[in-house]
Design a binder for this molecule. Sequence first.
Ligand SMILES: [Ca+2]
Ligand SMILES: [Ca+2]
Length: 168
Amino acid sequence: MDASCPFKLHCDTDWKVNGTTCYYFSTTKSSWDQSRDKCKAMEGDLVKIDSRQEQRFLFHEVRVLLKETDDSKFWIGLTDAEIEGEWRWVDDTPLHQSLSFWFESDKGIKEPDNWTNNHKKPDGEDCVRMGEIGRLFVEKCWFDKDCSTEQRFICEKEPNKSPDCQKN
Ligand SMILES: [Ca+2]
Ligand SMILES: [Ca+2]
């Protein structure tokens, strides 16, 4: 290919661009595993948040979407299903504390809490969703949750590259 020919980056229909990444906010709900499968079927994966800027972008998008739909929360690509308390992203990298956005309130709610509902759910909560709590939107909006519950989800993937060789 002609080296002087630049690439044009673009996202598929229904995907949103932020920087050089494309994001899909689902309109349907599924378990964490099924959500991940759906992202992969679209050649992406559940979102991995690796900057404060990215968290901010997602937070603002989710905030708008939740207002529109009055829905709850979205799965992201973070889990401690392998080893309890060891949070890993879908690409197997560990979660950095400085880039953690767990919800906490002055009323003593602190996530992640691996809630077992008085041992009715002995496995606790191993998957992470982001969103609001009681109509309160804060940037620290991650909650661990039972992976089998059905949530909307956020996928991420690289943009498509097409050569942009049009002559001026
Ligand atoms: Ca857990
Ligand atoms: Ca929780």
